[in-house]
Design a protein around this ligand. Sequence first.
Ligand code: URP
Ligand code: ZN
Ligand code: ZN
Length: 475
Amino acid sequence: MRTLIKNGTIVTAIDEFVGDVLVEGEKIIAVGAQLDTTAEEIVDAKGKYVLPGGVDQHVHYSFEFKGERVRGFETSNAAVAGGTTTVVEFVNQEQGKGMADTIFDMDKNEVSHKAMADYSYHAVVCDPVDKTFEEIADLPRRGISTVKLFMAYKGMPFHSDDEALYKALKAAKEAGVTVMVHCENADVIDHLQRKLVSEGKTDPSYHAVSRPARVELEATQRVINLAAMVEAPVYIVHVTAKNVMEAIRTAKNEGLPVYGETCVQYLMLDEDDLAKPNFEGAKYVMSPALRTKADQEALWEAVDNGWLNAISTDHCGFDWESQKHMGVDDFTNIPNGAPGVENRLAILWTYGVNAGKISRQRFVDLFATTPAKNMGIDHCKGHIGVGMDADIVLYDPNGSSIISNENSLHGVDYNTFEGYKQEGKVDKVFLRGKLVVDDGEFIGEKGDGNFIPGKPYGLCFNETKPTKKLDNSRI
Ligand code: URP
Ligand code: ZN
Ligand code: ZN
């Protein structure tokens, strides 16, 4: 079946033009001005932007915090309705089990029949035995091109120490696997948390006091040094603060392969949100913590200049009433993380593109094109071009609305961006050629999403890729 999307404004990471996109089956087979062809389906996209489906390289559909688990892939329609057609999920390794086995057992039991967006996986080191580090060499064979370690969260099964980081960086470098790191000094946070709670400082605003930007900066500088010791690239996830971003920029300027992302919430929200009364602040408990307006400005500048190369969501579907309230007497028990996958496009469009902070090309790059490159899935995702998967969003820039949880599909009782204005709306979404959002309504089905294997030597290896291992299928 052929679908011809006509007369839309096609936006890529480098250009923009009025034209047509011809889709056959799951793929884009032609892009150009006034394509001289016919198709079974003709979609008039005049006045709309034709964008590549978003790639959110940082989501959690299986994360557990002190026994509380986030909403799973049965809520991934929220991603698609918001214009994100591929999500990349972090899977915490089960003790005594391989990372890939943990992932693919979960895939079979909880994901493949439920996913409504395409998806890829990050392995997460939780069992730092020799076998785990040896397994890194085998991850690419199983379609996993990234491995994550958490420097934060002392005492939790997913916390890693420096030895684990060093070993992972060394093994990953040899395999072309990108190491992603949550950077915060776990010991200092643990000490500050215990001190604050013992002083009766238990409300959500103390979450930020217990993990100031310097704990993020210290850990970021530490992992940059560890990576430099073994000459490995490293990717810093959810950067929140000006000084952390500057540490990454300095490392880059020194020629080190150090990369990082930020997330929508760190561009939009600040520590005042954590201080909202009546335990509302718990909705904004995430780690690292929300910072200041000055940090937000620095992060906008960083994404515009490429000092940070992607904007993700760190989506975590925890319910406020039934889950965040676990920490009503002690902020350290509030499950960390907030939802956002549904609102990434509209927020970035409204407060980034329309506010003049980033161009439409830059938006597409941060939203889809570069995340796909980071993940080693850019052979099929993140770009409107011939041969790519037909993951296409038609964005109608007209009109505006107010974001509300009432209209959200993410399956929890609050929206992190409640009350924020959004300009324009996702009108249609195609997932590998199938229409899954029509006139803003999700019409896809559970199981529509496919696993997308990631290839090794993603973007972070661009400078260091050994010629003997050049993967020609990426060219
Ligand atoms: O608070 C957060 N970010 N929760 C999700 C896990 C993580 O740290 O990425
Ligand atoms: Zn994290
Ligand atoms: Zn995360």
